[in-house]
Design a protein around this ligand. Structure first.
Ligand code: NDP
Length: 237
């Protein structure tokens, strides 16, 4: 059903995985959709052709690039911040620059993008961040840096919901558990370990995450804000 007719949506990081599923879903729901990509030019072109969404290159580690894309779009009804990376490993061995780069993409960019979009967002607009169940639970070693970025998303969602609530703008996060993407393939080396923490022992499909995003940006969710919406097969239970 085209519940997002007349709505303009921007998805940051839409070329692959969960972001691509969100682009597909929001275009199906009728939104005039723009998405950014980093390096996956071919995937972005293919998705744009398939969905009718527009693809724009912008590095989410570059605050000014993201700010400029947001400004260029004019008023947005919907912002979804999906772009994210996971730098996992022994913190004593990790390259500090790689950790800071992850923080730029997973924390700094989402915050500044949300504030930038809210400046011109009409009343009743929607901001959704893709967090992670690892913001709540980090049950294996090597994920401290990633978990800290996803916990930071929780704090910004709570705070920004208060800042923009008077205008009816909602701010939420979706917190997936394992999802079958390039970042975390269902047949990857961490499969058994990840499934051991879950009540339903399978990776989610990207379209299952997109469905939750579609609800949050849709007309039925206007009172849902400041919350983390976990979709994880019981990983965090
Ligand atoms: P993928 O690696 O499959 O896709 C990542 C997407 O983000 C791509 O479209 C990529 O674009 C974009 N992206 C990454 N870095 C940048 C950048 N610097 N600038 C612009 N775009 C960028 O990841 P997933 O789909 O699995 O993950 C999406 C989100 O979901 C992330 O925030 C991740 O932390 C979160 N998540 C994922 C889980 C999983 O199990 N898969 C579980 C919990 C949370 P491009 O290739 O064009 O650079």
């Amino acid at each position: 059903m085209p519940v997002l007719d007349d709505k303009k949506a921007l998805i940051l990081g839409g070329s692959r995985g969960i972001g691509a599923a969100i682009v597909e879903r929001l275009t199906q729901d009728g939104a005039d959709t723009v998405f950014t990509y980093g390096g996956s030019t071919e995937a972005a072109r293919t998705l744009a052709d398939k969905t009718g969404a527009r693809a724009v290159q912008a590095d989410s580690a570059d605050r000014d690039a993201v700010a400029s894309i947001i400004k260029d779009q004019g008023p947005l009804d919907v912002l979804v911040v999906n772009a994210g990376v996971a730098v996992l490993g022994d913190p004593l061995e990790q390259d500090p620059d790689a950790i800071d780069h992850m923080i730029d993409i997973n924390v700094r960019s989402p915050y500044h993008a949300a504030v930038g979009a809210a400046r011109n967002m009409p009343n009743g607009g929607r901001i959704v961040m893709i967090g992670s169940v690892n913001g709540d639970r980090m049950p294996f070693p090597g994920g401290a840096g990633y978990a800290l970025t996803k916990s930071a998303v929780q704090g910004m969602v709570r705070g920004l919901a208060r800042d923009f609530g008077e205008r009816g703008i909602t701010v939420n996060s979706v917190q997936p558990g394992p999802v079958d993407t390039d970042l975390n393939p269902a047949d990857g080396p961490m499969k058994e370990m990840m499934h051991s923490f879950m009540a339903i022992k399978r990776h989610a499909r990207p379209d299952e995450i997109a469905a939750m995003v579609a609800y949050l940006v849709g007309p039925e969710a206007s009172i849902v804000t400041g919350a983390q919406h976990t979709i994880d097969g019981g990983f965090g239970a």
